[in-house]
Each structure stands twice: as structure tokens, then as C-alpha cells.
Design a protein. Structure first.
Length: 286
């Protein structure tokens, strides 16, 4: 049995264990993994078995005891382009055709340790993405390299303090700007958009380069919102119009930039990832 412990530093306010505990143990780097070990009763707080309702207030000792822990030496060799990196976090380019995380072997999460420098900080953990991009989406992806960084970056996203800009290529004539705020899965969602350029297309009528500044982060939000106004994203196999679905070229959706205040250095971080060549082939160099 592998037993590891963590002493909680002073906290400004109580926080649920399943939020605080993400990344404090290297073998439990994600929220879903933490929930699993809590439900299996592998986690104790001050010698009391924890639950998903347990709150942390500061000063507690959190113990993780996993029986017969097996570590895999199998590594995913998948080179990634790193756009920014320091001891706390890293921002990289996510290519199309790979999941950010999940149960499969080929994921960005599994490739991170081979692409990033280990942090020298005391709470170093396995690097972990802190937001999602779809399998077919390209662009900037933010990851944490320490337990405290993962928690603080997750909080930035929850507090809507990370500004994200996407670009998409859409089909059909559309207004020059607007805001789509239809509910997604019954939840409020908001996607302001601006058409940067339009070109005529024999097959599609018009192809538009659209800048998007989503204020919420629902699953498939931009794809669903654009399809809802009759302008689906080029190459969208799921939400595209029948007879107008481009195949074999991928989804024309790109996470272009991230803008946020570094949670430790308080430096303003702005990182952009240039538009893919398939975008510039349609619209030229912008």
C-alpha cells in the first residue's frame, strides 16, 4: 500500500476537498481521479475517511492510501509545440485529432510530461490541462505544473477571468456582428461574434472568417451556437447542414489566444497561436 500525506496551509476561506485536492498528489492529478479515490475511501482528513462533502479549512492532514498502486512506465511519445512555460504553468499548441484528456492512452495529458520541463517547486505534480478543447479543434491550451497552479487556474476559469478568443470558418451569409445566447443543455450561454472577412463560394454561398469571444464554456458551445443561427462551422460533422458538410479536412475552429493574469507572478499573460494554414488558404494572410 502506498501512503502519502499533505498538510493543508492556512486558507482564507473553506473549500471542498474535491476542489482543493486536485493535483496535491501526483497519482491523482485530475478532479475526476480525486472523486474516484474519495468514493473508494482511499482519502482521510485528520484520520477520518473523507467524502465528496468534506470541507477543508486549513491545518488538516490529508492522507492518500492506495492499495497495490501500480505505476505504468509506458510513455506517449507525441511532440507538442510549447508556446510559453514557467515553473507554474505552460501554454501549448493543441493539434487536431487528439483528445485533451480521457481514458484513452493517446491524449494531450499523457504527452505533457515528455514535452514540459519538471517544475522545481515543492508541490510539483504531473502536468494537467485545466480546460477542454474538442478532439477536432486546434489552438492554445493552458496547463498547470503544480498542485497549487492547477487549483488557481481552475478557479480563474470558474470566475471567468480568462479571456479566450477563437476563430472559425462558417458557412452562409451572416450578419457582421452579434451575440448568440441560446441555452445549451438548459444552461445560460453567450457567444459574441464578429465577421472579419467573407468570400463568395460556389458550393456554400459564402465562407466567413468569424472571431468569437465566448463568455461561457459549455460543451460544443461555439459549434452549437453557430449552427443555431444557420451558419455552422465548415467541416462540422455533427452540427453541419446536410449536403454541405466538408469531409476529410477537419473542423475549421481554432482557439487563437488566451489572456489572463498569472496567479503567482501577477504578470499579464497574452499568448496567441497563429491561424492554421488551411484558414489562410481561404482568406489569405491577415
Amino acid at each position: 500500500m502506498a501512503i502519502k500525506s499533505h498538510i493543508v496551509p492556512p486558507l482564507s476561506s473553506p473549500i471542498r476537498l474535491q476542489e482543493y485536492g486536485v493535483g496535491i498528489f501526483m497519482s491523482v492529478p485530475t478532479k475526476s481521479a480525486l472523486k474516484k479515490v474519495i468514493k473508494k475511501k482511499y482519502v482521510e482528513v485528520d484520520d477520518v475517511i473523507a467524502t465528496t462533502a468534506t470541507y477543508i479549512r486549513g491545518g488538516e492532514t490529508i492522507t492518500l492510501a492506495i492499495p497495490n498502486e501500480i505505476s505504468s512506465s509506458k510513455k506517449l511519445v507525441f511532440p507538442l509545440q510549447v508556446l510559453y512555460e514557467d515553473e507554474h504553468l505552460a501554454i501549448l499548441h493543441k493539434p487536431a485529432g487528439i483528445l485533451v484528456s480521457g481514458n484513452g492512452f493517446k491524449t494531450i495529458a499523457h504527452a505533457l510530461p515528455q514535452n514540459l520541463q519538471p517544475s522545481a517547486l515543492t508541490d510539483v505534480t504531473k502536468p494537467q490541462p485545466v480546460h477542454r478543447l474538442d478532439y477536432t479543434t486546434t489552438g492554445v491550451l493552458l496547463t498547470g505544473k503544480t498542485g497549487s497552479a492547477i487549483r488557481k487556474l481552475n478557479q480563474l476559469f470558474q470566475d471567468k477571468k480568462v479571456q479566450k478568443v477563437y476563430y472559425a470558418v462558417t458557412i452562409g451569409e451572416m450578419p457582421p456582428h452579434g451575440k448568440i445566447d441560446t441555452l445549451i443543455d438548459g444552461k445560460p450561454s453567450e457567444s459574441p461574434f464578429e465577421v472579419i472577412q467573407s468570400v463568395p463560394s460556389e458550393k456554400y454561398g459564402f465562407l466567413n472568417l468569424v472571431k468569437l469571444d465566448p463568455k461561457t464554456g459549455r460543451r460544443h458551445q461555439l459549434r452549437k451556437h453557430l449552427a443555431s443561427i444557420g451558419n455552422p462551422i465548415l467541416g462540422d460533422q455533427m452540427y453541419g447542414k446536410e449536403g454541405l458538410i466538408l469531409t476529410g479536412k477537419g473542423l475549421y475552429l481554432h482557439a487563437y489566444s488566451l489572456d489572463f493574469t498569472h496567479p503567482f507572478t501577477e504578470e499579464q499573460i497574452y499568448i496567441m497561436d497563429n491561424l492554421p494554414e488551411r484558414f489562410t488558404k481561404i482568406f489569405g494572410t491577415l
